[in-house]
Design a protein. Structure first.
Length: 320
């Protein structure tokens, strides 16, 4: 007997393929399905790992012959240490839950089976801001990421075994670790004046993700994710005060173009988010510590649109 086929813990993601091979499935067919599914899984990790304002809180539900749902959430921040020492640091935490629908078959009948799974990621970045002039900056960034994928497949594994005859005991664990390396190039314009503040950032990001060899059942697969995003924010005084400080109106917009694995996972090429709100200066309260203090709080709303995508959101933003 040879070594069992390393199904990897990402095989439940084969729902993204839409079809399992009819029984009896060969080891080669199982491995092919697992590798394709792993590519999709790493694509979702890319969505949660790469900083992007359009997918920071996004839910997509598709309907038709097959339905799938995708929920993403991202929280993070970036800052330059000091003007005289322009070291740039950033960090992000991400989460995604994907609910594709798999169709399993024994060659005579097919069964639709939802295989829900989750992706967690933590991403860090370190860069340097080069001042081209007093407002324009060029910032290269090195990014690194660690992720973890866990699937809800304890019962699904048993059903798949009955319907397809494939030994999928490895799916009972339903987990895998991922890692990613890459970088970004940011062109930024910051114009701060008493009468208004205007900020614009154009970011090109690319990262390569792979499964980590933490289990002898793992598959050696990798995936490339890339995106281009444009972010802009405009602030101006309202003429009123709150907490003893002036308040300001805020307009904000994001536009993202997705490439490679991100495009495959989201099913869309681009997203745009436009919104606005009001901002209060709370710096006098010195909320925080270790040199990091809350300066501003924003209450805002936004609309999201893209190819066959429409949505809206309300939220609270904070600046330190």
């Amino acid at each position: 007997m040879g070594r069992p086929v390393p199904l990897c813990l990402l095989l439940p993601l084969a729902g993204a393929l839409g079809v399992f091979a009819p029984a009896p499935a060969t080891a080669q067919q199982v491995r092919l399905a697992a590798e394709r599914a792993a590519q999709v899984a790493l694509g979702v990790v890319g969505v949660t790992s790469m900083p992007d304002g359009t997918v920071s809180d996004l839910t997509i539900q598709r309907s038709g012959g097959e339905t799938s749902q995708l929920f993403t959430w991202q929280l993070g921040a970036g800052f330059t240490v000091a003007e005289e020492f322009p070291l740039y640091l950033e960090g992000f935490l991400g989460y995604a839950r994907y609910d594709p629908v798999a169709i399993v078959s024994n060659g005579q009948q097919s069964t639709r089976l939802p295989l829900r799974w989750n992706a967690f990621s933590g991403t860090g970045g370190i860069g340097w801001s080069f001042a081209i002039n007093d407002r324009l900056q060029l910032r290269p960034i090195f990014n690194f990421s660690l992720g973890y994928i866990a699937s809800d497949v304890a019962l699904a594994a048993e059903l798949l075994d009955v319907l397809t005859g494939i030994d999928i005991q490895a799916l009972q664990a339903g987990q895998a670790a991922t890692g990613g390396l890459g970088g970004a190039l940011v062109l930024a314009w910051y114009d701060y004046r008493p009468e208004f503040e205007f900020e614009v950032e154009l970011r090109l990001s690319r990262m390569r993700f792979t499964t980590l060899p933490v289990s002898d059942r793992g598959l050696d697969v990798s995936s490339d994710s890339a995106a281009a995003s444009l972010w802009a924010r405009y602030r101006w005084p309202t003429g009123a005060e709150a907490f003893g400080r002036p308040t300001r109106w805020v307009l904000e917009g994001y536009h993202s173009e997705f490439f490679q694995a991100q495009r495959d996972v989201l099913g869309i090429n681009r997203l745009t988010r436009l919104g606005g709100g009001i901002e209060a200066d709370v710096g006098r309260w010195e909320l925080g510590g270790l040199g990091l203090y809350l300066q501003r709080v924003r209450l805002s709303g936004s609309v999201l649109f893209g190819e066959d995508v429409r949505g809206w959101s309300v939220g609270i933003g904070m600046s330190f």
